[in-house]
Design a protein around this ligand. Structure first.
Ligand SMILES: [Zn+2]
Length: 356
């Protein structure tokens, strides 16, 4: 019987986007599972549970499927690893020490290193470097920003360092990525970036949950001393959101992208969530609103499914429920649009006898 990873690659299954990456040993390139490039032989495939692990092993990102655009993966790792990953994605290790991050997370540096090594197969600085390189790669391909601005916006401390790291890791100069690319569409004064997700995405309910009136989400953002407007729309056919980000926000791009991914819950795995909820008797609602998301907080690292300390029963079930409960609540909220009041106060799922 073939391994599930092999089957997912054979089927170019987008549900596994960002869940794992496949490195092709004959070309030393790594891909998203759904890459449309020619399929490699089984024995030429190596599987990695993070882009950083593939890069550690000497693979460089595919220019066709662009692993830098894959959604992140948070559901399957421990709370510590996901907190660390989110903070690193937001720039926590740009010019800062691993020890500082560890103390912010309330653990020792050694504990943090071991957790990331075990769950993602990488060291903290490798994860940070991959984030910086992949963001730089996106900015090179998708914008016309000068290289100096690309370097700083993606968290490098100098242009020289950026050039050196890029060449060492990808075996080409950064400018090589601009040759022959399609000139990106941009709005004056804004930077246009895409934010990918694993389809389906219930966009209308998500907008409503965020209090939006029209078909797009607009927010005025402040990070550190930087302020500016961000406008986000869904491009459902492409499986990504399109974000127009005011130029003034460029220096805080890493925390900004991390914040937007949380707000729209873009790292969720709807296929897995849907299957779990269907098992618990919500199949009808899952079918009615496929890809429901739980909006997260822009400026905090609190998971959408974090429970109040006082809810003892929820705490006991937390691991088993994470993060399904929050999605169930969202579906139930949709099914009862006229009801008011918070779902936390009145949670029909919690009352279900088979879950107690
Ligand atoms: Zn590829």
């Amino acid at each position: 019987m073939r391994e599930p990873y092999q089957l997912a690659v054979d089927a170019r299954d987008a549900r596994f986007d960002g869940v794992f990456f496949v490195g092709i040993t004959s070309t030393r390139v790594y891909c998203r599972p759904a890459c449309k490039s020619r399929l490699a032989y089984d024995h030429h495939r190596r599987f990695f549970n993070s882009a950083a692990a593939a890069e550690r092993a000497g693979f460089r990102p595919c220019l066709r499927c662009r692993p830098e655009l894959a959604p992140g993966r948070l559901d399957a790792v421990s709370q510590l690893a996901r907190d660390a990953v989110q903070r690193i994605a937001a720039g926590a290790l740009n010019g800062r020490a691993v020890a500082t991050l560890a103390s912010e997370l309330g653990v020792s540096e050694r504990h943090l290193r071991r957790a990331l090594e075990r769950e993602l197969g990488v060291a903290p600085h490798e994860l940070a470097q991959t984030h910086r390189l992949l963001l730089a790669k996106r900015l090179i391909v998708d914008t016309d920003l000068p290289m100096t601005r690309v370097a700083y916006a993606s968290g490098f401390q100098s242009l020289r360092r950026f050039n050196a790291v890029f060449r060492a890791q990808y075996r080409m100069p950064p400018t090589a990525l601009r040759r022959g690319r399609r000139v990106p569409e941009q709005v004056e004064g804004f930077l246009r970036l895409t934010l990918s997700y694993r389809p389906p995405l219930a966009w209308e309910p998500l907008l409503r949950a965020l209090g939006c009136e029209g078909p797009r989400h607009e927010r005025s953002v402040q990070i550190e001393e930087r302020t500016g407007l961000v406008v986000v729309e869904n491009s459902a056919a492409d499986g990504h959101l399109v974000a127009d980000i005011a130029d003034s926000l460029l220096p805080v791009l890493m925390p900004l992208i991390a914040g937007l991914r949380r707000v729209f819950d873009l790292d969720a795995e709807p296929a897995v969530i849907g299957a779990h909820l269907a098992e618990r008797g919500l199949a009808e609602l899952v079918a009615r609103w496929p890809g429901v998301r739980v909006p997260g907080r822009f400026d905090g690292f609190v998971s959408p499914d974090e429970f109040p300390e006082t809810e003892r029963r929820l705490q006991l079930m937390a691991e088993r429920w994470r993060p399904w409960r929050a999605y169930a609540a969202q579906l139930l909220r949709l099914a009862q649009p006229q009801s008011s009041g918070s779902l936390r106060a009145r949670d029909p799922l919690l009352e279900a006898p088979h879950l107690a």
